[in-house]
Design a protein. Structure first.
Length: 297
């Protein structure tokens, strides 16, 4: 408090003084301040001379103001202009998502008891994490919708893209099971891996449905075309999935220093592709034969 009073009350300024830079033509405000070692006590601070603006008469600070010691916060913070009381929470031995969920539960219980006009807002890394999750979830949904619309234009059909996307529930289930079995928390890298899995699973399903459509155009029934597509496209689909899985294996094992940061991405891709491949080879042909049943080439 003494330092604050010294900084504010010991400034001696007769009138606003400015220094004009002759080269740049810019005015700089000039303020005069008594060095802190010159005011070691309240008596010395009271004896600080002040000059009046008009007549040039000097007065002592003690004649114009009452100075006393008081207790006040050493650090005053603001958020969106409003004054705040900061409560710091650190993460130790657990993940940020669990801590954020626990803090949110506490905040939800405390908010009804707050005085009128007071609010609680969780900021920091938890706020960034929630914003990232929301953005990636919306991005994943938008990616699926965009892929569907692009395939509609490519296939000139609303049904074929829907059949292709039936492989995605298997991919999502594989991601969830792999993260659960490996004890990995849902994170931003895991969601990025989910987006990669959606792309690969969709590409494999396109191969199968395209081949089935070609066989139907030759006169085969939907069931026969679907079975032939699953049999013929088995090797390309398996090669694509295995190449991706093998490539992600070192990342999933978190080998090397700092590898645990990207391990969720590799595990999500591996788990998603394992079940997505099964869905592509078995479930997608079954859905093709059911949805195309009774149609003529």
């Amino acid at each position: 408090m003494t330092n604050l009073l010294t900084s504010l009350s010991s400034s001696v300024q007769t009138s606003p003084n400015f220094w004009l830079d002759p080269k740049k033509g810019v005015q700089y405000l000039v303020a005069v301040q008594t060095p802190q070692y010159r005011v070691p006590s309240l008596d010395a601070l009271n004896a600080t001379p002040l000059t009046a603006h008009t007549a040039g008469q000097q007065q002592l600070l003690g004649n114009l103001a009452a100075i006393s010691r008081a207790a006040m916060p050493t650090n005053i913070t603001h958020y969106n202009v409003a004054p705040t009381y900061d409560v710091q929470v650190n993460v130790d031995g657990t993940d940020l998502g669990s801590v954020s969920a626990g803090v949110s539960k506490i905040v939800k219980n405390v908010e009804p008891k707050l005085p009128r006009g007071s609010t609680i807002q969780v900021i920091g890394q938890a706020q960034s994490m929630n914003a990232s999750f929301s953005g990636l979830e919306m991005g994943l949904l938008f990616a699926v919708l965009l892929v569907y619309l692009v395939m509609v234009v490519n296939f000139q059909s609303w049904l074929d893209p829907l059949i292709i996307l039936t492989a995605l529930p298997g991919a999502i289930a594989g991601i969830a099971w792999m993260l659960f079995l490996s004890g990995t928390r849902l994170s931003v890298p895991a969601l990025m891996g989910a987006m990669m899995t959606v792309g690969v699973a969709t590409a494999n399903s396109i191969l199968l449905v395209t081949f089935a459509n070609e066989r139907r155009a030759e006169g085969l029934a939907p069931l026969a075309a679907a079975m032939l597509a699953g049999k013929t496209r088995l090797r390309p689909v398996m090669m694509t999935a295995l190449a991706m899985i093998v490539g992600m294996l070192p990342m999933a094992l978190s080998l090397g220093e700092g590898g645990e940061q990207n391990a969720p991405l590799g595990r999500a891709v591996i788990g998603g592709l394992l079940l997505a491949t099964v869905s592509t080879l078995f479930f997608v042909p079954a859905m093709y034969s059911v949805m195309r049943k009774g149609e003529t080439p």
